[in-house]
Design a protein. Sequence first.
Length: 278
Amino acid sequence: MSDWLTQTNYSMMVIQVIVTLVLVPILSYRLLLSTANNYGTSRFPNASDDVKLWLKRASRQYWNVVAITLIIAGGIVLHAILNNSELLNWDDQSGLMVLYLIAMIPVIVMVLLHRALFGVFKKHAGNKRSAFLKVRTWQEYISKPLVALVMSANIVFVATVSYFTQQPFDGFAGFYNLIGLLVINLIFIAIIFAVYRDNKTNALQQPEQRNALKKRSINVNLLILALALFHLSLSMWIQGSDLVTYKVLVQSVYFQVILVISAFSLTLPKSMFLVERK
């Protein structure tokens, strides 16, 4: 590997750590504050003191987790740079996966914090909930452009597998990749179905709010599914071409995009705020 590409890979690793463990946590925390202040306390004024107390405790817990994961991930990258070695003295692609999993820890913690925050709201929301007289079908929750994107991603994946079945590269699993495609689709279908069937957002009294949040969650999962399939297809093309040396760069960019999308998925749809103002 050329010195230029080695330095570029190291630079991308540093950027991945900064984006996923500095910028994404800052963005996620700002969204948590927005949910607490712009949505929560404005709709549940009696919860203001409890929310402030909860935020103080939650902030300390969250930033402690971020600091620990940042030190671990930064140490892994710094060790590789100083020793001019691959991540964890192992393999850069596997090392990037480890960095991604480390960066997912604050994201998971933030999801749990959002859930706990809505638990605080629930205490002040009471048990009164409105309900739709009309039962909404699953088609009303799903974005047609995103469905088209997922279908395109599946077609590209199948076409890629078909091509490399005729022109295989070392380690290519042939049509067994289609089993993996089926499993990935089934996993996301199960997740989307679970979200569609979930009606336990008790802190959201208006059905329009619950449906807006449900629609956001379903469409975020569709977007992540499409990106995952496109990434797998691109990885096969890189592995089977002269671009194999750039696979680390592509994988790092993909992980960063997924984590940024995960952070933005924690935002509340604007329609939820508009409903309250009517």
